[in-house]
Design a protein around this ligand. Structure first.
Ligand code: HSE
Length: 403
């Protein structure tokens, strides 16, 4: 087996973590040969020989010794250019950029098939939890019913600090940024897009179907208010930002990202701080639970190292499920039960409820609980961004079972 000589793109929180874990891992037989960054003079926590750094990507692609690309750049456009260039050259690539992968997955699969290079990205979804490879290999059958969980460490950290430690939302967000969990634009975390991108990737490996990010209902936690937290506490539940993909019939599945009331009987109730938790439910085995650090320098770097090692053993995703004849179809024709808190926006008029089950009105905070079609929520999604609204779903599917 040849030694792995890596051309690394990006030397931020995760890139520096990769440098550390590769240095510790003798069995990887891997070395970082060159690191491409935007600004070579930027001060960095990890000290490295300055000759390793370059701001010229051609120095990596023209180096015949480099036989693997690892990219952990922040910018999805740059990430796409790097990964595309590497795949066109037939080089193996490890990427952690979930936004880029979720948006371009069909094209990236095509490039792998056309030029023979492999793209591995377990690190892109749930940090240190090996969710992609498990879905791809172990759950390679028709029994899978649901993959549901907390896929974003920053929003979970914020909710935990606010919920369990009575901290202010803005302080918790700042801390998540300082600790290196949050994206450079933290709205990706708190508005649910980071969870969405991971869910798109998970769905491809769970069901063999690609769904475009813009076709999935996504709602985050940025408008959560004290009164929502009080409501949840009174009911003995927590509010978590949950992403889920689930079969609603043998030939249909749905998916969405939104806050959910989580009772203590559920596995994800105890997933706090920057941890992620993923529940996988199947017909014959009920449910399985994966738990681990979903954000941060070393947890993510450990997953990158795992992808590097997987390549060393010639592993690649085969996307076998894409070839299955009975892949389920995506539907948004499903009924959800939701809580909507509002101040001035007339929620009961704005949202085309099928049925209203509870309504509370006060001068400062009112709420309405009822059932609604997911497709109707998608149709009015822009109006749901009003700052005085907050939506939470009740666990509707498999609600009779603990998860
Ligand atoms: N910002 C992401 C999170 C990093 O908080 O989960 C890991 O993908």
């Amino acid at each position: 087996m040849n030694d792995i000589k890596i051309g690394l793109f990006g030397f931020g929180t995760v890139g520096q973590g990769i440098y550390k874990v590769i240095g510790r891992s003798l069995n990887a037989h891997a070395e970082i040969r060159r690191i491409c960054v935007r600004d070579v003079n930027k001060p960095r926590e990890v000290e490295i020989p300055s000759a390793l750094l370059t701001d010229d990507m051609t120095r990596i692609f023209s180096d015949p010794e480099i036989n693997m690309i690892v990219e952990v750049v922040d910018d999805a456009g740059a990430s796409c250019r790097i990964v595309t260039e590497a795949l066109r050259r037939g080089l193996p690539v490890v990427s952690g950029n979930k936004a880029m992968i979720a948006r371009h997955l069909p094209g990236l699969i095509d490039l792998q098939r056309r030029y023979g290079g492999a793209l591995l990205y377990d690190a892109s979804s749930c940090g240190s939890i090996p969710v992609i490879r498990n879905l791809e290999e172990y759950y390679d059958n028709d029994l899978l019913l649901e993959v549901k969980g907390i896929l974003n460490g920053s929003s979970n950290y914020i909710l935990s600090r606010v919920f369990d430690h009575h901290e202010e939302y803005a302080d918790a967000l700042r801390r998540a940024q300082q600790l290196g969990f949050a994206e450079s634009d933290p709205s990706f975390d708190i508005e649910g897009f980071d969870s969405l991108f991971k869910l798109i990737i998970i769905t491809m490996h769970a069901l063999g179907v690609y769904v475009r990010p813009e076709d999935v209902f996504t709602y985050g936690i940025s408008t959560i208010h004290d009164s929502d937290i009080r409501y949840a506490r009174e009911k003995g539940v927590k509010i978590k930002l949950v992403a889920q993909v689930l079969k609603v019939a043998d030939d249909k599945f749905t998916m969405f990202v939104m806050p959910e009331f989580v009772p203590p009987s559920r596995y994800i109730y105890s997933v706090d701080d920057e941890y992620n938790g993923v529940v996988i439910r199947g017909e014959c085995y009920d449910r399985q639970f994966m738990f681990g650090k979903g954000a941060g320098s070393l947890p993510t770097a450990s997953s990158i190292l795992s992808d590097i090692m997987a390549h060393r053993h010639n592993y690649r995703y085969e996307y076998k499920k894409m070839g299955y004849i009975n892949r389920p179809e995506y539907t948004t024709d499903v009924v959800l039960k939701i809580y909507v808190r509002y101040v001035e926006t007339p929620a009961a008029e704005l949202i085309p409820f099928i049925d209203i089950q509870e309504q509370y009105t006060s001068r400062t905070d009112s709420y309405v609980i009822g059932t609604v079609l997911l497709s109707d929520l998608i149709a009015i999604r822009p109006s749901l961004s009003a700052p005085d609204l907050f939506l939470v779903s009740f666990p509707t599917f498999f609600a009779d079972l603990d998860d």
